[in-house]
Design a protein around this ligand. Structure first.
Ligand code: SAJ
Length: 479
């Protein structure tokens, strides 16, 4: 531990004043929990006064939440800490110089889906604003999901450059990745264990002092900053891997003419001490902001930090990249099933009307970030089909017309394709659906195991389902 940093921190004594840069899904609940903790005196939320998001400043200072959707307890907590004068939102970054600790919760999207180079521009701006107002003895914590090596690399360089101070000597620096889930932001922050990784021991200890007061069930898990970056990207990489494993098994079962859900139940029955099988659920694909990107952050991290040292795979795709390819193939598989279904009904994709049910990337949610339905819609359109999209949760999404009346979407549809497992799609009446389709041989493709194959086959449908090798070649019932 550097003596100078230790003495600077000792001189400041306990953390009292905190700044949170980035008033979004991560920054807002974190700022409110800090503001509500008796150990701390004041929290500033820093938000750029930009045309797109500057409105949040006034909203938050009125005690209102700018976040969409239901977040239990958040609106009350904002009102409470604003009224008590413990929280204030501002675009005046100079106030950072008065603080003991600053966290940065700024999105790190990818510039494009092709080369998956992260767009760190917003994070860099945030780091520059912090660096310019950094003072000796302060703690800086990155919460954004970043490529391993960023905290100790890019972030450290910008902070040192802008401040003239030295990380680990004049100020503490750490990475504490967020693990929030929309709809349970406060609960996740309080109850999930918190990975806290400093660039050195003093930074880890100081960051632990910052996060411990807001944890209820959760506990701090200390490690190095780079290990914390790898933990965050790996936990999502492993979830993506588990989904890919069951998706591949579903494709195997279709090819072998068996029901993947029988196999899943069979494998899952293997219980006992230390026996585990991480069986998730096969489906039409993987969307969302986390799982579609974090594998690439991890891969980039090992390419940079482990350059020339990675024993396997040298040059060929890793297991994790192959998992991404399997999951990204599932929307194409859904189109293949749709094409096969239409051909069994004597039709073709070209000129067919497809009712695409579900745009959101996750069931019973309006979250439409990187939905697998999008590549299906693009491929089907390219093949000459007309695609009508229904979603009961998503009000609107860029580049797509979302129809909210199910009958309109189903009317005269040659194929009904279920992409998201919304509850509204769980109990369809086959006769009613067939009447709405109004064609002699309707087709139904089940991407989320919400359709009863036998009921629809009995009603004259051509059925195809992910992993349903036992049904996908069924005899057609004449109605
Ligand atoms: N999916 C499947 N099969 C499954 C589970 C998910 O196909 O068995 C698909 C979903 O349809 C969706 C995508 O994967 O398209 C992602 O689903 P998700 O449940 O993983 O939801 P996310 O992306 O919001 O993942 C978040 C992550 N949490 C954080 O980043 C803090 C992830 O690490 C969590 O494991 C996950 O929530 C969770 O457990 O709820």
């Amino acid at each position: 531990m550097s003596r100078l940093l230790a003495s600077e921190i000792a001189e400041r004594k306990a953390i009292k004043k905190i700044g949170v840069v980035g008033m979004g899904y991560v920054g807002i609940p974190a700022a409110m929990l800090f503001a509500n903790a008796p150990q701390f005196d004041k929290v500033y939320g820093f938000q750029r006064a930009s045309a797109t998001s500057g409105y949040k400043i006034a909203m938050l200072n009125r005690g209102e939440s700018p976040l969409k959707g239901e977040e239990p307890g958040l609106e009350d907590l904002i009102r409470q800490v604003v009224t008590a004068g413990n929280f204030e939102c501002t675009s005046d970054y100079s106030k950072i110089s008065e603080l003991d600790a600053v966290t940065l919760s700024i999105q790190t999207p990818f510039l494009n889906k092709k080369d998956l180079l992260p767009d760190f521009s917003a994070l860099k701006d945030g780091l520059k604003n912090v660096g310019r107002n950094l003072r000796p003895g302060m703690l800086v914590v990155l919460e954004s999901t970043v490529t391993p090596g960023t905290t100790n690399g890019l972030a450290r360089e910008i902070l040192e450059q802008e401040s003239g101070l030295k990380a680990g000597v004049d100020f503490a620096l750490a990475h504490a990745p967020e693990r929030v889930m929309v709809g349970r932001l406060l609960r996740n922050l309080r109850e999930h264990d918190r990975i806290v990784g400093g660039i050195d021991e003093a930074s880890t200890i100081r960051a632990t002092e910052l996060y411990s007061p807001i944890l209820t069930k959760g506990r701090v898990i200390p490690m190095t900053a780079t290990a914390a970056e790898v933990t965050k990207t790996a936990e999502n990489t492993f979830r993506d891997l588990q989904i890919a494993a069951i998706n591949e098994l579903a494709l195997y079962c279709e090819a072998m003419g068996i029901n993947v859900y029988d196999v899943r139940a069979g494998v899952d029955s293997l219980k006992g001490e230390g026996i585990t099988r991480a069986l998730l659920w096969p489906g039409a694909g993987v969307g969302g902001h986390c799982l579609t990107k974090d594998t690439f952050h991890l891969e980039r991290g090992v390419q940079v930090l482990g350059k020339g040292l990675l024993d396997y795979p040298a040059g060929e795709p890793s297991l994790y990249i192959l998992a991404r390819h399997i999951n990204d193939f599932m929307p194409a598989h859904m189109l293949n099933l749709t094409q096969q279904g239409l051909e069994r009904a004597g039709k073709h994709l070209r000129g067919a009307k497809i009712a695409l049910l579900g745009w959101a990337f996750i069931a019973n949610s309006d979250d439409a970030r990187d939905p697998p339905s999008e590549s299906f819609r693009d491929r089907a359109t390219e093949a000459g089909a007309t695609v009508a999209v229904h979603d009961p949760w998503v009000t609107s999404s860029p580049g797509v017309t979302i129809e909210h009346d199910l009958e309109t979407v189903l009317s005269h549809a040659d194929a009904v394709v279920v992409f998201t497992g919304h509850s509204q799609y769980q109990n369809f009446d086959p006769l009613a659906i067939r009447k709405l389709c109004g064609t002699s041989r309707p087709v139904i493709i089940d991407g989320r195991n919400v359709i009863d194959p036998d009921a629809f086959i009995a009603e004259g449908f051509v059925y195809k389902g992910i992993g349903r090798g036992d049904k996908n070649g069924h005899a057609i019932v004449e109605i």
